[in-house]
Unconditional design. Structure first.
Length: 253
């Protein structure tokens, strides 16, 4: 049965930034498909833990500041010790800073680039090394953005970081396919999350955005459930280095 290829029973997924929003939605979807979850967050993701354990799946809570990379190998080692291995990594954690490019500060540049791009690469590297040591296939899913394809306005470091995510997704896919590691990305469109609260609060800006989205609505965390399970499962074994836009048709306009 083809549906069996989407089954994640017995798999272990690490997901960063899963306390709310898109990360929580993807963690929930992976658990619904059968995976146990290691959540990496700054604060305790109480609601996510309750949801996943309520499904009868295991959740291991790890606290980390992902603005620094030095703790990443320890996180992977901890996940391996607790659950006996790792099969899936979802690099979801990210931040955004909004300011005119003429006024943009070095700190806002570095803060965003460190979490959105540097950490994504080095977390992927650490997990890929674990996959190689385990001697079995693995999946890495990065979270890109519409601004991996477009320039945006007033978000220079975010645009640079998400363009970089799409680029290193391709690079890692090319190098690591020989180890049976698939590296792909999901590019969410305009989603109703904390990151877009300012946009949605601006009535004129929100209306302009909605008028361009063929689906006629903002996306929700549930819209990423199918794509993340697909990319985490055997169903996507021959897909590598690709960025899947989940945007309600935004890029088609």
């Amino acid at each position: 049965m083809v549906l069996n290829s989407f089954d994640l029973e017995g798999k272990v997924a690490i997901i960063t930034g899963c306390d709310t929003g898109l990360g929580q939605g993807m963690a929930r979807a992976l658990a619904q498909a059968g995976a146990d979850v290691v959540g990496v967050n700054i604060s305790e993701p109480k609601d996510t833990i309750a949801q996943i354990r309520g499904m009868g799946r295991r959740f291991h809570d790890v606290r980390a500041n992902l603005g620094e990379i030095r703790g990443i190998p320890d996180i992977v080692a901890e996940a391996t010790e607790v659950f006996g291995g790792v099969d899936i990594l979802v690099n979801n954690a990210g931040i955004i800073r909004r300011e005119d490019a003429l006024k943009f500060s070095e700190k806002d540049w570095d803060d965003v680039m460190n979490i959105n791009l540097k950490t994504v690469f080095f977390f992927s590297q650490a997990v890929a090394r674990q996959y190689v040591a385990q001697g079995r296939p693995g999946k890495i899913i990065n979270v890109a953005s519409m601004l991996s394809f477009q320039g945006g306005i007033r978000v220079p470091s975010y645009t640079a970081s998400k363009s970089g995510v799409m680029g290193i997704t391709r690079l890692m896919a090319c190098e690591w396919a020989q180890h049976r590691i698939n590296v792909n990305a999901i590019a969410p469109g305009y989603m109703a999350t904390n990151n877009t609260a300012q946009l949605r609060a601006d009535e004129n800006r929100s209306q302009a955005i909605l008028e361009r989205i063929p689906a006629g609505r903002w996306g929700t965390p549930d819209d990423l459930a199918g794509p993340v399970v697909f990319l985490a499962s055997r169903a996507s074994d021959y897909i590598n280095g690709y960025t899947v836009a989940v945007d309600g048709g935004w890029l088609a306009r």
